[in-house]
Design a protein around this ligand. Structure first.
Ligand SMILES: NC(=O)c1ccc[n+]([C@@H]2O[C@H](COP(=O)([O-])OP(=O)(O)OC[C@H]3O[C@@H](n4cnc5c(N)ncnc54)[C@H](O)[C@@H]3O)[C@@H](O)[C@H]2O)c1
Ligand SMILES: N/C(=C\C=C\C=O)C(=O)O
Length: 479
């Protein structure tokens, strides 16, 4: 299947720039021919956003919220088309795409419509002094997103940035342009004012992404991706001191205490390690298990890893997906070989599955469970971003917390325990932006979302998103 993808600028499709191919992670075959935006195309997109911004910002917030709801309705009306586009780019299962990736797109628009429409203004009153704040949008915002949850992560930023009165230029990952191309068509279909939402395609450094973040007409950058890319972007915008919101990498820990419901901890860890092929920034790559249950836990987790189903995306019971690209597959395998070299014990996986059909041309790896490596091993320190975890035993709560916090990252963590006081005590001791207790990736979209250390700068979610996408002015009046 081949499909041409154009840019979306000023409300119309723009088929300019050289083209590049994308590939189906299931078979390695060509999926799309995509136009790459050069500096001139990026300039057009930023100019279109700039021209549209004053009119969009002048709309009452209730009207912008109404536009978010119309986009959500149209997403639901073209649900299966979006599901097909996402699967074609990522090879993810139809069950996950239908229950997580695309529904969250509509939910993102809806939740930020409500949060913005209901947000009270701030006023402060002293005896003879009244102060209040007014918020104005940042202007033109660059939205740069990764390939792992393409539609979910793009709409997570498009919703709040637009409802706050900004106009935007979105650059999806070069691996996954499809669902953003459909959203662009949806924006045209519902009649979103031209230039409010613009989409340009291309690569990162030395290409579209870099041209966009460094463009003088871009007022702020919201980025989700690798920590080192965030660092590069930060350098690129430093001269103009542009506001940045970064959701970056992770090396997330899971703490499993002996007092836990073992079935729940095993099943919860299967989800937190292997969902989306382990290609979720929130996935658990480091598990720490209290010694009395260590062997039982590892045995059961390894068994469940071996039971994950490498079906095709359209099979509803598929639970294991390919890596997004040959390069990413090779990166994950490099860590499997490194683990071997460092003396790890492979309790499950470690290789490449063989199907005897066209999927042997795809980018699959085996779900893998490792033990036996020290906390200093690269496997325990570096983000792998695949279906793999390392499990380490611990003896005391203090030791578990110290192990979990011994990381340059601080995005998410899970705590599995049946003791309420321990749950609160341990969760509050973890250096992470997000801690789940006896669950994983349960989301209330009103809560702050983001990480510390190498995992990010700032928070998005709820009013935290509106705070990033607007600037307050404090006005003080002597009464
Ligand atoms: N914290 C979060 O919420 C979160 C969510 C999803 C993924 N991630 C992280 O994203 C990474 C995987 O995604 P990826 O491989 O697409 O990341 P990546 O950093 O390689 O690319 C992300 C996006 O940035 C663009 N880009 C790359 N270099 C750029 C540059 N110099 N200037 C401007 N744009 C540039 C890419 O084209 C892509 O659109 C993992 O590290 C994962 O942890 C984090
Ligand atoms: N930002 C969110 C998820 C991030 C997933 C990372 O891969 C979300 O659920 O809002």
């Amino acid at each position: 299947m081949s499909d041409q993808v154009t840019h979306f600028i000023g409300g119309v499709q723009v088929a300019e720039g050289a083209t590049f191919e994308t590939h189906d992670p299931v078979t390695g075959g060509v999926v799309r021919l995509v136009h790459e935006a050069d500096r001139a195309v990026v300039d057009k997109a930023v100019a279109a956003a700039r021209a549209a911004q004053p009119g969009w910002a002048a709309l009452p917030i209730a009207e912008r919220a109404g536009w978010m709801r119309r986009l959500a309705d149209a997403i639901e009306a073209r649900f299966e088309e979006l599901v097909a586009a996402e699967i074609a780019d990522t090879g993810k299962s139809i069950t996950q795409t239908r229950t997580l990736d695309i529904p969250r797109g509509a939910a993102n628009f809806r939740s930020f419509a409500e949060i913005a429409a209901q947000r009270p203004d701030e006023a402060f009153h002293l005896k003879d002094v009244l102060s209040y704040t007014v918020r104005r949008p940042l202007g033109v915002v660059a939205v740069i997103v990764p390939w792992n949850l393409p539609f979910l992560l793009a709409t997570w930023k498009i919703g709040p940035s637009l409802v706050a009165g900004n106009t935007i230029v979105v650059k999806p990952s070069e691996h996954t342009p499809g669902s953003m191309a459909v959203l662009a068509d949806i924006a045209a279909e519902v009649g979103l004012p031209p230039g409010v939402l613009n989409v340009v395609h291309g690569f990162g450094g030395g290409s579209t992404g870099q041209f966009l973040v460094e463009h003088p007409g871009v007022d702020a950058v919201t980025f989700t991706g690798e920590s080192r890319t965030g660092s590069t972007i930060m350098k690129g915008v430093a001269d103009r001191v542009k506001p940045v919101s970064f959701e970056l990498g992770g090396k997330n820990a899971g703490l499993v205490f002996a007092d836990v419901d073992l079935d729940a901890a095993v099943e919860g860890s299967v989800r937190s390690v292997f969902t989306n092929g382990g290609q979720v920034c929130l996935c658990t790559e480091r598990l720490y298990v209290e010694r009395p249950i260590f062997e039982e836990f590892v045995t059961r987790l390894a068994k469940r890893a071996g039971e994950l189903r490498f079906g095709r995306p359209e099979d509803e019971d598929t639970t294991m997906m390919p890596m997004i690209s040959a390069e990413h597959r090779d990166k994950v395998l490099t860590y499997y070989r490194l683990a071997e070299k460092e003396g790890a014990e492979f309790r499950a996986g470690g290789g490449v599955p063989r199907f005897g059909d066209e999927r042997d041309g795809g980018y699959y790896v085996e779900p893998t469970v490792l033990t036996g490596l020290p906390p200093t091993s690269r496997v325990n320190r570096e983000e792998i971003f695949g279906p793999v975890c390392h499990v380490t035993p611990f003896d005391t709560e203090a030791e578990a917390i110290a192990l979990a916090n011994d990381s340059e990252y601080g995005l998410a963590a899970t705590v599995w325990t049946s003791r309420l006081s321990r749950a609160h005590r341990v969760a509050q001791s973890l250096e992470a932006g997000l801690v789940w207790v006896n669950t994983w990736y349960l989301r209330d979209l009103r809560t702050p979302f983001g990480g510390v250390k190498l995992s990010g700068i700032g928070r998005e979610g709820g009013t935290d998103s509106l705070d990033f996408y607007s600037e307050p002015t404090t006005i003080t009046i002597k009464l």
